[in-house]
Ligand binder design. Structure first.
Ligand SMILES: [Mn+2]
Length: 293
């Protein structure tokens, strides 16, 4: 059974059909994946609670090779723990994600979080504080609002809270095109490096040099892609990045050491299957970029 004999995982996590349809023993794994099927703060088009389930289904049915390197998902050793047990309260879910990532990291494994809404990157990155990672976010949005629709912690504010809690965290956001002025003002003041979508590849080159040799956490909000190729998202923003550009960007980051990653905001209710297929492809590329040997 997924979760093995460890009481911690049994308490927090509900086993599911595994990612890629592959059962790797937890002890043998290089990556420990888990889902966060939560979308209750989604303001526009909820549905990302079905993201983890759909990503699992798609990864079990696609060819799991990489565009950029010889990569075999079996030897990459991914163990899928299952989904974080649901609770209505975002604060409780954040706590569960935090503890899960601390536990995964303590086992010497790389956490792979499948969303769900973007909010939980707050907990996941905070849990990896000891690794001193640079945070690289691919997102159409900045998520730097101080407050959104009455909540201080949600999918539109998580990065602001993270930037406040970890004042020395270096943050790069690429592919941005949906934001308000106050977010840009705060981001500049805080030193968040923002690359708008039309400067995407330029941003990637700058970034690859800046992160060489450092620990990196990659957070991929699938809405960074253009909605014509990834329509199944909560907040679509036209004029987005192409799949190959994002895949290439991910591999350029392998100049550093990837210590954690997430893939969020896949919302199957608005999808034709294109978004889930693109997400599965980019997940494979992130795993391939993170494996060093
Ligand atoms: Mn977004």
């Amino acid at each position: 059974m997924s979760g093995g004999s460890d009481g911690f995982y049994r308490y927090y996590i509900i086993p599911r059909q595994p990612l890629f349809g592959i059962e790797t023993e937890r002890e043998e794994a290089y990556f420990l994946a888990f889902g966060v099927p939560y979308d209750l703060t989604s303001s526009f088009r909820p549905g990302s609670r079905y993201g983890p389930e759909t990503i699992r289904k798609f990864t079990a049915n696609i060819e799991v090779n990489s565009y950029f390197r010889d990569f075999d998902v079996v030897s990459a050793r991914v163990h899928d723990l299952g989904d974080i047990a649901f609770d209505y309260r975002p604060s409780e879910m954040l706590k569960r994600v935090y503890r899960t990532v601390v536990k995964i990291s303590g086992e010497g494994k790389i956490p792979v979080m499948l969303g769900g809404e973007h909010t939980f990157t707050l907990a996941s990155v905070t849990a990896l504080k000891g690794k001193n990672p640079v945070l690289v976010v691919f997102d159409a949005h900045l998520d730097l609002r101080d407050e959104y629709l009455g909540l201080r912690i949600n999918h539109a504010t998580y990065l602001r809270r993270l930037a406040e809690r970890m004042p020395r965290l270096e943050v790069y956001v690429l592919g941005v095109r949906g934001y308000d002025r106050e977010e840009i003002r705060y981001g500049m003041e805080r030193g968040v490096k923002i690359f708008l979508c039309h400067n995407f590849m330029e941003g990637v080159k700058t970034l690859a040099e800046a992160v060489a040799g450092k620990n990196i956490y990659i957070s991929l909000d699938i809405d960074v892609l253009d909605p014509s190729i990834a329509p199944g998202v909560g907040n679509p923003e036209a004029g987005g990045a192409g799949l190959t550009d994002v895949a290439r960007a991910i591999h350029m980051l392998s100049a550093g050491k990837i210590v954690g990653l997430d893939l969020v905001e896949v919302s199957p209710l608005y999808d034709t299957g294109a978004t889930a297929a693109a997400a599965s492809r980019l997940l494979v590329e992130m795993l391939a970029a993170a494996v060093k040997e």
